[in-house]
Design a protein around this ligand. Structure first.
Ligand code: C2E
Ligand code: CA
Ligand code: CA
Length: 719
C-alpha cells in the first residue's frame, strides 16, 4: 500500500496545534469509555485515559504529517497489544471510534489518509497479537516435548500439565497421528470449526488443506509429514462444518517418539476471523473511492509502481488520463448531489470500456479518472481506448430529470516500461491531458516527446528571464530608417537581443512572445525604452538637429499597461529627450479594435508629441475606416510586400499594386510610409518611385551597435 500523498490535500484540514491537542484529549476520553471491559488490563480507568492520550496525540501527528506517512501508526497497534489490549473487540471499537472522531474534528482530512492510518493500526495490532499467540503456542509445544522427555516418574505429572493446557486452552488444539489421522481435538477447536470429537476423528489433517491455501502452506505440510521440518506457521483459512469461513493463526508441529521417529502432529490455532475481516475492509477502503467504488489514486499508483518495479524486457504500459469537460459548471449549477451521481454514472461507463483483467479504471479525485493498461500491446491499443472513452460518453446521461451531456478530454501516453519511471509517465499524461484541453476539449491527445521538450525548453527560458534582466543580459541593436529621396538616416529602430550565457545570442523571436505570455514584457519593454532614450539623448547631444529620432517597439500587452503613459513621461523627463525624438511602433492588432482607454492612452502619447507608427502594416486585419480616427503618424509596410520588388525591371505586379495602394491610402490620411525589408537597390528605387518616404533593411544597414550608427551619422555630417 502506498502511504504517502501530496500534503496539499490536507490544506486547511489540520487546525492549530491547540485544536489538535484538544482533539487528542477528547479522543482519549471517549476511547477509554468505548473499550472499557473489552480487554483485561491492569490499569485504572484514569491510567487508561492517560495512556490513550499519548497514543491519540501520536495519531493526530501522523494524520496531519507532512509528508504523510502512515507507518508509525503500525507501532501504535503494537503498543496497544503490548499494554495488554488483546481482544478483537478492543480493536474493532477503537478503529470505528477513530473514524468517527477524526471525521468530526477534521472534516477536510482525506478519506485515504484516515483509512491508511486505521489500516496501519489494525495491521500492527494484528501482528502483535499473532506474535503473542505464537509465544503461547510455543509454550504448549514445549510442554508436549517436555512430556515426552520426562522420566517415567515425572511422566504422570507432565501429562497432567499437558492435559490441563490442552483442555482449557482458549486456542484450538488438535492432535493427529503420524499419518495425519485425527486423534484428539480440544473443546476450543470443536467450537471453532463446528465439529464434534467423533466428527474430527473421521478426518485426516491434510483434508483441511484446500486449493485456496498458498502453495507455501501445502509445501510446509508435506515437509512436516516427511519429517523434514519440526513445525510451520501460517495464517490459514478453514471452513466450518456449516460452510462458514474461519481465519486462524495456525502452528503445526511434529512430535517425535523416544527414538526420534515422527509420532504425532500437533495443530494449534487461534481464531482471527474478526481481525481478518476488519483488515480486509480497511484495506479495501484505503484503496477504493467511496463514491464510485473505483480504485483510488493510492491503488492506481501502487499498481503502476508494480509495473515499474520489476521491468520485463518487452513490456509496455499505457495510460489514458481523463478529465471531464465542464464538470464544475454542472456541479455548481445543479448541485453536488447531481454532480456525484454524474460521476457514478461516468465511472460505470468507463468501467464498461475495459476488460476486467490487465486494465484498471481509477478515480484520481474530483472529475479525474484514469485507465491503466498494465500490459499494453502498443500505441494503437491506447488510442482505441481513448476513442472508446469519448464514445461511451457521447450518449447524454439521465439524472433526476436532467439530460446531462458530458464530454471528456483524454491525455494518452504509451511506451516501453524500461523507457522511464512511473513518475515520468504520470507527469507526461498530465501534460498531454492539458494539450487535449487546450486544443478544444472533447478529444484525446497523444504524448509527443519533441513537443514536450520544446515546451520544457520554452518554460525554462521564460523562468530565467527575470534574473537575466537584472544581470543585464539584454542589449539593444539599432537599425537605420533611411529617407529614400536623399539617403539620410532619419531614424533608428531599437531591436532588443538577449546574450544568453548558455544558448548564446537569442533573437527577439525566441523570447518576446514568451515575455508577453509571462507578463515580463512590461518590465523588459520599459528597460528597452529607457535604454534607447538614453542613447537617443547622446545622439541628440552630439549631432543636434541631425540626430535621428528613435523608434521603439511596443508589445500589445505593454500598450494595455495602465502605467504606460506615466512610464513614458518619467523616462523622457529622466533622460531629457524631447517627445518628438521618440516614436513608438505598435502592431495593427494592438491599435485596432482596442478598448476606449487604450486609444485614449495612445491619444495622450500623441498629444505629448510622441510619434506613433503602425508596425508590419498589411499583415493584420485593419479596419481602414477606423484608421483615420486613430492618433497615428506613420505606417511601416511589412517586408513581405516589398519582396516582390526585389528584381530590377520586373517587379511582381500584384505586390507593386498593393504597396502603391497602401502608400496612396497612407498619404490620403496624412501619414508617412516606411518600407521594411529593403534588401536591394531595385527595391529602394521602386519604393521611392511609388512614393514611400523611407526604407529600412539590409540594403542600407543591418541592425548594429550605437557605434555603427555614430559612424553613419558622422559620415553624413561630413557630406
Ligand atoms: P520588426 O519590428 O518588424 O523588426 C524588423 C525585423 O526585421 C528585425 O528582426 C530586423 O533585424 C529584420 N530586418 C531588418 N532589415 C531586414 C532585411 O532587409 N531583410 C530581412 N529579411 N529582415 C530584416 P529582429 O531584430 O529579429 O526582430 C524581430 C521582431 O522582434 C521585430 O520585428 C519586433 O516585432 C520584435 N522586437 C524586436 N525588439 C523588440 C522590442 O524591444 N520590443 C518588442 N515588443 N518587440 C521587439
Ligand atoms: Ca518594428
Ligand atoms: Ca516591422
Amino acid at each position: 500500500m502506498r502511504m504517502t500523498e501530496r500534503s496539499s490535500d490536507l490544506a486547511g484540514a489540520a487546525g492549530s496545534n491547540g485544536d489538535t491537542s484538544a482533539a487528542a484529549s477528547r479522543l482519549a476520553q471517549v476511547w477509554a469509555a468505548v473499550i472499557n471491559g473489552t480487554s483485561y488490563v491492569s490499569m485504572s480507568q484514569d491510567e487508561v485515559v492517560d495512556y490513550l492520550g499519548g497514543l491519540s496525540t501520536r495519531i493526530f501527528e501522523i494524520l496531519t504529517g507532512d509528508p504523510f506517512n502512515a507507518r508509525p501508526a503500525w507501532d501504535i497497534g503494537v503498543d496497544l497489544v503490548d499494554s495488554h489490549f488483546t481482544s478483537s473487540a478492543t480493536l474493532e471499537r477503537s478503529i470505528a471510534l477513530l473514524g468517527d472522531e477524526v471525521r468530526q474534528t477534521m472534516p477536510e482530512l482525506s478519506v485515504e489518509r484516515l483509512s491508511a492510518v486505521q489500516g496501519a493500526i489494525a495491521g500492527g495490532y494484528g501482528y502483535a497479537l499473532r506474535q503473542r499467540t505464537l509465544h503461547e503456542q510455543e509454550a504448549i509445544r514445549e510442554a508436549v516435548l517436555d512430556a515426552r522427555e520426562q522420566a517415567e516418574a515425572a511422566l504422570r505429572a507432565s501429562e497432567a500439565r499437558f492435559r490441563a493446557l490442552f483442555t482449557e486452552a482458549a486456542i484450538g488444539i488438535g492432535l493427529a497421528d503420524v499419518e495425519g489421522k485425527m486423534l484428539d481435538a480440544n473443546l476450543a477447536l470443536q467450537q471453532m470449526l463446528g465439529y464434534s470429537l467423533e466428527d474430527f476423528r473421521a478426518y485426516h489433517l491434510h483434508e483441511f488443506l484446500h486449493a485456496g491455501d498458498p502453495e507455501s502452506t501445502h509445501e510446509a505440510y508435506r515437509q512436516l509429514t516427511r519429517g523434514d521440518r519440526e513445525f510451520f506457521r501460517a495464517e490459514k483459512q478453514f471452513f466450518r462444518s456449516d460452510g462458514d469461513s474461519v481465519w486462524t493463526n495456525l502452528t503445526v508441529s511434529l512430535v517425535r517418539g523416544p527414538g526420534g521417529e515422527p509420532q504425532y502432529q500437533l495443530a494449534m490455532m487461534e481464531d482471527v476471523t474478526d481481525r481478518h475481516q476488519l483488515q480486509d475492509r480497511l484495506r479495501y477502503q484505503a484503496l477504493h473511492d467511496p463514491l464510485t467504488g473505483l480504485a483510488n489514486r493510492a491503488l492506481f499508483l501502487d499498481r503502476l509502481a508494480r509495473v515499474f518495479n520489476r521491468p520485463e524486457p518487452d513490456r509496455r504500459v499505457g495510460l489514458c488520463f481523463i478529465d471531464l469537460d465542464g464538470f464544475k459548471v454542472i456541479n455548481d449549477s445543479l448541485g453536488h448531489h447531481i454532480g456525484d451521481e454524474l460521476l457514478v454514472a461516468v465511472a460505470k461507463r468507463l468501467t464498461s470500456t475495459v476488460a476486467p483483467n490487465d486494465r484498471l479504471v481509477a478515480r484520481l479525485g474530483g472529475d479525474e479518472f484514469v485507465l491503466l493498461a498494465e500490459r499494453s500491446t502498443g500505441t494503437e491499443q491506447l488510442i482505441e481506448m481513448g476513442d472508446q472513452v469519448l464514445d461511451v460518453l457521447t450518449e447524454p446521461i439521465r439524472i433526476g430529470g436532467h439530460q446531462l451531456s458530458v464530454s471528456a478530454s483524454v491525455g494518452i501516453v504509451e511506451r516501453p516500461v524500461i523507457a522511464g519511471g512511473s513518475g515520468d509517465l504520470v507527469r507526461d499524461a498530465d501534460v498531454t491531458l492539458y494539450w487535449a484541453k487546450a486544443e478544444g476539449k472533447s478529444r484525446w491527445a497523444l504524448f509527443d516527446p519533441d513537443r514536450n521538450a520544446r515546451e520544457v525548453a520554452r518554460f525554462r527560458l521564460s523562468a530565467t528571464m527575470p534574473a537575466a534582466l537584472e544581470r543585464e543580459e539584454f542589449y539593444v541593436d539599432y537599425q537605420p530608417l533611411v529617407a529614400l529621396a536623399d539617403g539620410r538616416v532619419i531614424a533608428v529602430e531599437a531591436l532588443v537581443r538577449w546574450q544568453h550565457p548558455e544558448h548564446g545570442l537569442l533573437a527577439p523571436d525566441r523570447f518576446i512572445g514568451l515575455a508577453e505570455e509571462t507578463g515580463l514584457i512590461v518590465q523588459l519593454g520599459r528597460w528597452v525604452l529607457e535604454h534607447t532614450c538614453k542613447q537617443a539623448r547622446r545622439w541628440s547631444d552630439e549631432f543636434g538637429d541631425d540626430a535621428p529620432f528613435v523608434s521603439v517597439n511596443l508589445a500589445a500587452r505593454q500598450s494595455r499597461d495602465p502605467a504606460l503613459v506615466s512610464d513614458v513621461e518619467a523616462i523622457l523627463r529622466k533622460t531629457g529627450l524631447r517627445a518628438g525624438q521618440l516614436q513608438l511602433e505598435l502592431t495593427e492588432s494592438a491599435v485596432m479594435g482596442t478598448a476606449e482607454d487604450q486609444t485614449s492612452a495612445l491619444r495622450k502619447l500623441y498629444d505629448m508629441g510622441i510619434r506613433i507608427a503602425i508596425d508590419d502594416f498589411g499583415t493584420g486585419y485593419s479596419n481602414l475606416a477606423y484608421l483615420r480616427r486613430l492618433p497615428v503618424h506613420e505606417l511601416k509596410i511589412a517586408g513581405s510586400f516589398v519582396e516582390g520588388l526585389r528584381v530590377a525591371g520586373k517587379p511582381d505586379p500584384v505586390d507593386e499594386q498593393i504597396v502603391g495602394a497602401l502608400v496612396t491610402l497612407a498619404h490620403a490620411l496624412g501619414l508617412t510610409v516606411t518600407a521594411e525589408g529593403v534588401e536591394t537597390a531595385a527595391q529602394a528605387e521602386r519604393l521611392r518611385d511609388i512614393g514611400c518616404e523611407a526604407g529600412q533593411g539590409w540594403y542600407f544597414a543591418r541592425p548594429g551597435p550605437p557605434a555603427a550608427i555614430n559612424r553613419l551619422l558622422a559620415a553624413q555630417r561630413r557630406r
